[in-house]
Design a protein around this ligand. Structure first.
Ligand code: IPE
Ligand code: IPE
Ligand code: MG
Ligand code: MG
Length: 296
């Protein structure tokens, strides 16, 4: 029986050590560096970098040489959270169990810390130290995939849609598009980064992308559910805020029970598309199941 807790604990430790090193070598003890470190090391689940590593393992059985790339994905994710929490966005004061970046520092510093983490991610993805372990054409491919996912046709469009939908009612298809963009595409890019660096042929990259598309959407559906019935102590962020702000969510559109059924269906779809992968894909299988039962 695959032990996901042990797997996650080991990977999270590796990721946290590497993130700490990357920040120390790229920054100094300035105010901006302190703000970047504050949010990055506040204790996230590290789902995106773990997915990147697990995806490479599903393809080639190994992820030792791609930890820096995995960490770059976590930097982009953390930047997105810092900006998402800003007063002009979701106006949240709690994240990862701590005051949000703009509360702990100030708004200008939080904006700049986000900008700096986003830029640092691409610095790391394209640096000679990172590329010496792999070949540069694969890195060009992932820089392209990640920048498209993080950019105005991906996550940024999703965030824009999320704001524009406040107080409105979207169709089921439009809500799916919104969730896929704001959360799904970075998860897809994380899985594809691992697949490409692991040397997967096109068809396998596509299978893994489809796995990620399904779990990415399921992840945001469960985020919406947790916002309704989750425990803020465990989540490290406030609950009930989506309703307060008139956010368009799955529970508000189809109710909690149907949202749970939908998450289950998406996870089953994800498992189906990688059913022909061997035991090296067990971490990916287990992560898909975890998404359904997560409490944070
Ligand atoms: C929260 O992401 C924001 C979403 C995109 C749903 P996570 O739930 O992965 O947050 P951390 O990284 O564990 O804090
Ligand atoms: C966050 O979505 C998406 C991004 C940061 C891109 P939400 O606003 O729904 O997530 P939480 O609930 O604040 O973590
Ligand atoms: Mg938001
Ligand atoms: Mg938010």
């Amino acid at each position: 029986m695959f032990d996901l807790k042990k797997y996650f604990d080991e990977k999270r430790d590796q990721i946290n050590i590497c993130l700490d090193e990357l920040l120390s070598s790229s920054t100094n003890s300035t105010r901006i560096a302190s703000a970047m470190k504050y949010s990055l090391m506040a204790g996230g689940k590290r789902l995106r970098p773990v997915l990147c590593l697990a995806s490479a393992e599903a393809v080639c059985g190994n992820s030792d040489n791609i930890i820096r790339e995995a960490c770059a994905l976590e930097m982009i994710h953390t930047y997105s959270l810092i900006h998402d929490d800003l007063p002009s966005m979701d106006n949240d004061d709690l994240r990862r169990g701590k005051p949000t970046c703009h509360i702990a520092f100030d708004e200008a510093t939080a904006i700049l810390a986000g900008d700096a983490l986003l830029t640092l991610a691409f610095q790391i993805l394209s640096s000679p130290e990172t590329m010496s372990e792999n070949n540069s054409s694969k890195h060009l491919d992932i820089v392209n995939r990640v920048s498209v996912a993080a950019g105005y046709q991906g996550m940024i469009q999703g965030q824009m849609d999320d704001i524009e939908a406040e107080g409105k009612q979207l169709s089921f298809d439009d809500l799916e598009k919104l969730h896929r963009l704001k959360t799904g595409v970075l998860i897809e890019a994380s899985v594809c980064t691992g697949a490409v660096l692991g040397g997967a042929e096109t068809e396998k990259v596509e299978n893994l992308q489809s796995y990620a598309e399904n779990i990415g959407l399921a992840f945001q559906v469960t985020d919406d559910i947790l916002n309704v019935e989750g425990d803020p102590e465990i989540m490290g962020k406030s609950a009930g805020t989506d309703m307060e702000r008139g956010k368009m969510t799955y529970p508000s559109l189809i109710g909690i029970d149907k949202s749970k059924k939908l998450a289950e269906k998406l996870v089953n779809n994800a498992l189906d598309v990688i059913s022909h992968f061997d035991h090296r894909a067990d971490p990916l299988r287990s992560i898909a199941q975890y998404i359904l039962h997560r409490k944070r």
